[in-house]
Design a protein around this ligand. Structure first.
Ligand SMILES: Nc1nc2c(ncn2[C@@H]2O[C@H](COP(=O)(O)OP(=O)(O)O)[C@@H](O)[C@H]2O)c(=O)[nH]1
Ligand SMILES: [Mg+2]
Ligand SMILES: [Zn+2]
Length: 305
């Protein structure tokens, strides 16, 4: 029998045979371990698994091949990596211009990760009720940067209801991962999408304070309007996994496009003559903010490898 992991509850998992929502506990048979084992969790929310009944209880016997997954390292120095979620149709990266203030290099790093794993990303600008008037110029600039890079940006507020219906529509029929820093309003958004759900709002978990990420904090919910959402704890550090320095630029869609016209291949888009990416930055086609994030990632790569 097959089912989808909807929660990792520490010593056991919760499964449901999607699209049916009827959650039941299951344990993992000891011998399932990931090869290489720099991965701290063998199974993540969204994984499809094979299970069998052992008396009253379900036992997971196998993990089906993943269509995709999102993985992170706790820090750049860490060898250990953690699978955040598997088989995701779209990632909603939730950021606020204020409270907490978005850091663009941090957002860009998550976007690179989404590109790397082939997961389409939508940026959700949350809490607009708090800065709609004072920050209208900044909102416009933010949208310019990210829509210019090819990402949809949805402005939302759970106070005014702005953008909620748009996200509800987009979520229908898909598995949607909500990701972003702690306190940006991920759980509030999920609650706004479906008020019958009960994700924890405003709670800072002990695990977060310790800087650890336990799998139990990732949880899938069914939306009554259709589709599923995965709530996640706040992400702080986001170390890139599996990207070579020469490849980073390929995961900036606007740079990938421009790079076709660079004089040299490969081109790092830093010092080479005839670099079409640098030309595009000078012409304002590629935003300086995104280009700076790219340079930051190259630098960091130098430090840590
Ligand atoms: N004014 C305002 N506050 C919000 C909004 N969304 C969330 N908040 C508040 O921000 C805090 C963190 O929200 P939460 O959903 O727990 O964030 P999470 O850590 O990303 O899940 C809570 O106090 C929420 O009430 C919003 O759209 N407008
Ligand atoms: Mg939350
Ligand atoms: Zn170049």
């Amino acid at each position: 029998m097959q089912a989808t992991v909807v929660k990792n509850a520490g010593s056991h998992y919760l499964l449901s045979q999607l699209p049916r929502w009827e959650v039941f506990p299951a344990v993992l048979r000891g011998k399932i371990r990931l090869k290489g084992s720099a991965i701290t969790n063998p199974i993540a929310v969204g994984d499809r698994v094979e299970y069998e009944m052992d008396g009253e209880s379900a036992v997971i016997t196998d993990i089906l091949p993943r269509r995709n997954y999102v993985i992170r390292r706790s820090t750049n120095l860490s060898r250990q990596a953690h699978i955040i979620a598997a088989n995701v149709d779209r990632a909603y990266l939730v950021v606020s211009l204020y409270f907490p203030e978005v850091k663009l290099p941090f957002l860009d790093r998550i976007l690179v990760t989404c590109e790397l794993y082939g997961i389409p990303a939508t940026i959700v600008l949350s809490k607009t009720d708090m800065y709609r008037e004072l920050g209208s110029g900044e909102i416009a600039r933010f949208k310019d940067i990210y829509e210019g890079a090819g990402y949809p940006v949805i402005e939302t507020s759970v106070q005014t209801g702005e953008g909620i219906e748009a996200i509800r529509e987009a979520c229908r029929g898909c598995v949607n991962l909500f990701s972003g820093e702690s306190g940006v309003g991920k759980s509030s958004l999920i609650k706004a999408l479906d008020p019958s759900l009960d994700p924890k709002i405003g709670a800072i978990s002990a695990a977060h304070l310790q800087g650890k990420h336990t799998t139990s904090l990732y949880e899938m919910y069914p939306l009554s309007s259709g589709g599923y959402v995965i709530d996640s704890p706040g992400i702080r550090g986001f170390g890139l996994v599996d990207v070579e320095k020469e490849e980073i630029a390929r995961y900036f869609p606007e740079m990938l496009k421009a790079a076709a016209d660079c004089r040299f291949t490969p081109c790092t888009h830093t010092h080479e003559p005839g670099c079409a990416v640098k030309a595009a930055v000078d012409e304002g086609i590629i935003s300086p903010e995104r280009y700076n994030s790219y340079l930051g990632m190259l630098e960091e790569d130098k430090k840590f490898r």
